[in-house]
Design a protein around this ligand. Sequence first.
Ligand SMILES: [Zn+2]
Length: 386
Amino acid sequence: MKNFIFQTVPVLHFGEGCLAELPGQIAALRASRPMIVTDKGIVNAGLIVPVEKTLSEAGFDVAIFDSVIADPPEAIVLQAIAAAKAAGADIVIGLGGGSSLDTAKVVAALAVDGAQPLADIYGIGLLERKGLPTILIPTTSGTGSEVTAISILTTGETTKAGIISPHLVADVALLDPALTLGLPANVTAATGIDAMVHAIESYTSRNGKNPVSDMLAIEALKLLTSHIETACSDGSNMVAREAMLRGSMLAGQAFANSPVGAIHALAYPLGGIYHIPHGLSNALVMPYVMQFNLEAAAPLYAELADALDLPRGSENSSEARAQQLIDFLEGLAVKVKAPRKLREIGIAKDATIELAEAAMLQTRLLDNNPREVTLADAQRIYDAAW
Ligand SMILES: [Zn+2]
């Protein structure tokens, strides 16, 4: 066995009703002036109400920044940092999907005196020190952002760039499945497939794959694949919601250590250029990247097919078994009514060149992929997905 390193959030609170632990966790971090970082969708859906209520009943004077938008641009992050400083916040509470949580992590890192400029911290390990304490509360299942050391922001017009640092890891992740009950079926489907992709890409990563991340990825994939249909068709089913949230958290812990590859690299341009939500972007390119990866990743895909106990066909090769995994996942995506083709979401046929060129900029992710991806490969994959 190769030596390995595994890191995760030091404190996890998980389960229905665990939102009640929030005041105690803030106090344990010796903070008294929380700022919630969230988006208007969370406010309009009423999801901020129980959080605010829990905090105000515990005597906290809460500041709120609710202007996060999807694919968070730098300008919004800078506004949030200024708001946190103006409010005298001494702890940041991220509430929402990946965009809000990713923003909250960067705000916490930089809303302190003497912080580095935002432009200096893109990349791996360039953030020099920890900022304010952070508690992250996901409302989707999900990006897994609550347990990762990664924030993805949009720089310039369309490019997505990552900040990766152990200093971005939250102090506490608080996962209450009750907060996910109201997620619409299409969001449940897309974010659930994204979480599956985290598990699959972590399991096949060329960098950082280790026995702990593998164990987490397998358990995540089992939970997510066996509950996504119910979570989509019966959103108030707490058993399914709990399993999806647990699965996305485990997948997050896996890929935080054994990072994602070409499915994400090819998904990002769909978000950056067309503002397709992250989960849907991943769902759209997943089967085609997996098909492309087959020649390098078939044995690992076959292991996942075995772990899921998929019914065996007549042929027993690892390629055949791997193909069963791809077909099974595609079947699930169809069952939960995720759009399956780029043309269904309004992307023009001739856009695949621009998309492929943008995907090639995601060198950090492509380097994790089990098979090398060239520009021509990327365009062929987009063409297949079109
Ligand atoms: Zn993702």
